[in-house]
Design a protein around this ligand. Structure first.
Ligand SMILES: NC(=O)C1=CN([C@@H]2O[C@H](COP(=O)(O)OP(=O)(O)OC[C@H]3O[C@@H](n4cnc5c(N)ncnc54)[C@H](O)[C@@H]3O)[C@@H](O)[C@H]2O)C=CC1
Ligand SMILES: O=C(O)[C@H](O)CS(=O)(=O)O
Length: 473
């Protein structure tokens, strides 16, 4: 591991102050990375600018071939990448390996999409004119990524950007820079020309300031909290940055009377406890219709009791540590507030004895809309369950949030499911499915959960400019 900045094909930054990376399971120092700032961010943009002409002039097939080589390298380095991820952010190794494949699949999928960036001809109104739509890469792209999926959130941006012919400057989360640096190291091995991909670790504010205000950067793609998304939106306004914002979520899960309860329990487990509840699409609040409420709570609790808490590197661990102590404090606050406002902890509800940022997988019943946990994103392994009577009541409860990323509904009735889905204001819906994310599908939110879509054929559009060409003949 070089653990340095990669700018214009050079590994630099040895002389800079260092930023430590700690293992959230043990508190141990994993490694250190350079604290880059404004100067290094400008160097990265300079490099991306110099590389743009050559990279964008390659044929789509040339770019696709390098992306496919990169895909193969990511797969070959599955174990090394997965262990890095688990050490710097805690997710169980099996999930980390799954993320490596998820991340690699974005590269593979967009390698093919590079060859399907089509223009259009438009029927003319004038015999002396021919009307066409041409597509071209948007230019230099800045990618700012979160800690919870340090590989997939980066390749979900690099894949379409590079396929479209853009060059990239990257700022990973300071919590998880090592996975991002390793991804860039493998990109260098894959043969991307110098300056096409650049990474700067360090001061979010200084690096962000350059990425958001330098007019040469034409697009910023960000995944992270809604709060920071709003900051970046304002910062990019003066240079009219194209923005893709994948922001926070507060996903409702609705279980109807006619649901297959075992399927619903399985789906809620998948949605709620993946990545120890630290995904933006995790179910954050569970609404269960009255006739099946007690049965659901009983079966769901039995499944939660099977979850193993521990260091993500240990065999059999399902629930790792939270990313930091602040995250533990937020989860604790949500549970204590729920109990104070009338809820009952059925299982969990506290930190385990062992050291580290752990919190026991928790089920809370008899939740209500007054509780923090039913209004704020918890980002932890706690599932509050609230009873409802009518479907209209459930839809109203589900939509009563500024967020609009993911929502879930469990019912065996096509009619009932259709009527619920079409009334839900969320960009991603899991219908009898607790893990809907897929590289070939558009991922993104409505309302304050973001702008744009990443993944799927839609996901490359935001890295392209459309040119209407009217040709006099
Ligand atoms: N919608 C989605 O796909 C996802 C949303 N999220 C949301 O992000 C949050 C958790 O991830 P975090 O990394 O803690 O989010 P965060 O918003 O604190 O940080 C995200 C990235 O932005 C950087 N950043 C922070 N302030 C910045 C600034 N002023 N200028 C430039 N960069 C800045 C951070 O260093 C990091 O690289 C949760 O709210 C979660 O819901 C996380 C992952 C996916
Ligand atoms: O960062 C996240 O939470 C991811 O977008 C969730 S997913 O793509 O792995 O479902």
């Amino acid at each position: 591991m070089k653990n340095l900045l990669y700018i214009n094909g050079q590994w630099i930054g040895e002389e800079l102050e260092k930023v430590p990376v700690h293992n959230p399971a043990t508190g141990e120092l994993v490694s250190e990375v350079p604290k880059g700032g404004k100067k290094e961010a400008l160097q990265a943009v300079d490099a991306a600018e110099q590389a743009f002409e050559e990279w964008s002039n390659l044929t789509a097939y040339d770019r696709a071939n390098i992306l496919k080589t990169y895909y193969n390298l990511l797969i070959e380095h599955e174990q090394e990448l997965a262990e890095l991820m688990t050490k710097e952010m805690g997710k169980p190794l099996t999930e980390a390996k799954g993320e490596v494949h998820y991340a690699a699949n974005y590269i593979e999928w967009y390698a093919e999409q590079a060859k399907r960036i089509y223009g259009e001809t438009i029927p003319t109104h004038d015999p002396n004119k021919r009307l066409q739509v041409w597509k071209k890469p948007v230019g230099i792209v800045a990618a700012i990524t979160p800690w919870n999926f340090p590989a997939a959130m980066l390749t979900r941006k690099m894949g379409p950007a590079l396929a479209a012919g853009c060059t990239v400057v990257i700022k990973p989360s300071s919590e998880t820079p090592l996975t991002a640096i390793k991804l860039v190291e493998l990109a260098e091995q894959a043969g991307f020309p110098k300056g096409v991909i650049n990474i700067v670790t360090g001061s979010s504010r200084e690096i962000g300031e350059v990425f958001l205000t330098d007019a040469r950067v034409r697009k910023v793609t960000f995944t992270g909290s809604t709060e920071v998304g709003k900051v970046l939106m304002k910062q990019g306004a003066d240079t009219m940055k194209k923005l893709s914002l994948e922001l926070g979520g507060h996903a409702p899960i609705i279980v109807l009377n006619d649901a297959d309860i075992d399927k619903a329990v399985q789906g809620v487990m998948a949605s709620k406890f993946r990545n120890t509840g630290q995904t933006c699409v995790c179910g954050n609040r569970v609404y269960v219709q009255s006739e099946v409420y007690e049965t659901f709570v009983e079966k769901f609790t039995e499944s939660v009791k099977q979850l193993q808490v521990g260091n993500g590197l240990e065999e059999g661990t399902n629930i790792g540590p939270l990313i930091n102590q602040a995250a533990v404090e937020k989860v604790t606050e949500h549970v204590e507030d729920a109990v104070k406002n009338g809820a009952t902890v059925v299982v969990g509800g506290e930190q385990p004895a062992e050291q580290g940022n752990y919190y026991l997988p928790t089920v809370i019943k008899d939740a209500n809309a007054s509780m923090l946990i039913m209004n704020e994103e918890t980002f932890g392994p706690v599932a509050p369950v609230q009873k409802f009577d009518t479907v209209e009541e459930a839809i109203k409860l589900a939509n009563d949030t500024p967020y609009g990323l993911a929502a879930y509904v469990f019912t065996e009735s096509v009619s009932a499911g259709t009527k619920v889905v079409e009334k839900l204001d969320f960009g991603i819906i899991g219908w009898n499915d607790g893990a809907p994310s897929a590289v070939q599908a558009p991922f993104g939110g409505m309302k304050e959960s973001g702008l744009g879509r990443e993944g799927g054929h839609q996901g490359i559009d935001d890295f392209l400019e459309m040119q209407y060409v009217s040709i006099g003949v």
